[in-house]
Design a protein around this ligand. Sequence first.
Ligand code: EPZ
Length: 427
Amino acid sequence: MSEIRICGYRPLSGEIKIQGSKNGALPILAASILQKGTVRIDNVPAIQDVDCMVGILTSIGCRCEREGSCLSIDASCLEGAKIPGEDVGKMRSSILLMGALLGRLKEAETWYPGGCSIGSRPIDLHLLAFSRLGAHVQEDVEGGRIRASAAALKGDTICLPFPSVGATENALLAAVLAEGETEICGAAREPEIASLCAFLGQMGAKITGSGTSRLCIQGVSRLHGTAFTIPGDRIAAGTYLTAVTATGGDVKILGAPWEDMQEVARVLSQAGAAVSPVKGEDGKAAGIHIRMEGRPKPLRLSTGPHPAFPTDLQSPMLAVLSRAEGISQVQENVFEDRFKTVKELWKMGAQIEVCRNEAVISGKHRLHGARVTALDLRGGAALVAAALAAEGETRVSGCAHIERGYEDICRDLRALGGRIWEHAQDT
Ligand code: EPZ
């Protein structure tokens, strides 16, 4: 077991390149089994969730080879439609293999997925999509197993009552090899869906409406191998931007997707940071530059499906607003149990009250170091951001949560002058 030690209260400065996107990479890895050749995926982040997905792909017969950030997946020898239970419970995205297996083999059997404990996280919308395409879905709720099969998948209209990211991805994965046309109404518009559409398109899928809430898929009979580069991680980049806003500094995050982070940039500007795109040689945005002096300004914030403020950055924003010059309000509209980290922030002196889906934060001039525990991935990252802004030493345990989504949060923040180290936990 390791813990992160942080000596805070010092501005951050410098530049780093952001890792590839976790939530972009995982559906693309699942989609790789829709074709019978090899795909080459670049800028794959070295994180535990990716290791877990590669483990599952290998266990169903794929040959996966990793060289640096490049991953090749040869899916020609896919062995069967049963996903072994061990790794499935460790992460949410394992459920995406169901849509991909159903697309390729017309059958899939798996277990209920795991992932961060941030709410009930049902999969009814995923299963609804499979049923609409003609699959027979069986759930063994007590045994924890799910099975779906179809003699043939047939395109149809799938209306999602909430723009679920995972259900949209699973619907796409199952529909690209279905017969005829599928329409997904109420689709999620997260940038990771557009990446998945681009990847599927490169493999030969016919999809229109990418980036909108109405996706149309004209089924094709087969897909082929391709090469693809995963975009920079907007949530990891956003985490580091919040750390700078909380503690001050002057930082460039290269590879951060500026166009996809407009609402994050707007909110951080409202908090007092100067946020602008870093221009690449071609004149296009190639990253994000942030400068912050003094304490953050208080604000009101609501999370929501893209293009609203991302729920994944809600906890890191609590860290920022805990130091603000006044009272802020944060409303969580996506997951019903995503304020768990508040109790850990209290230990650092933060003053936050939670009532149902709303947190009221009375900003304090000073936070102080403490022993705290990461309870989920982004909550853990929020504690790191708060600790960088706090006086004295903080120790964050439960780092395995953080490692699920950040390649090396200590490496990145040390490169920006943060005094932060990971080491074996004292017993
Ligand atoms: C994805 O989770 C992300 N995970 C999450 O990031 C992110 O927080 C979330 O989208 C929202 O942006 C990955 O991409 C791997 P949803 P997902 O389906 O797909 C309800 C992180 O920290 N719902 O859009 O699981 C659900 O309960 C992670 O990186 C149903 O009711 O999210 C929730 O309230 C955490 N039925 C809402 O929809 C369903 O069948 C949004 O969930 C599916 C979802």
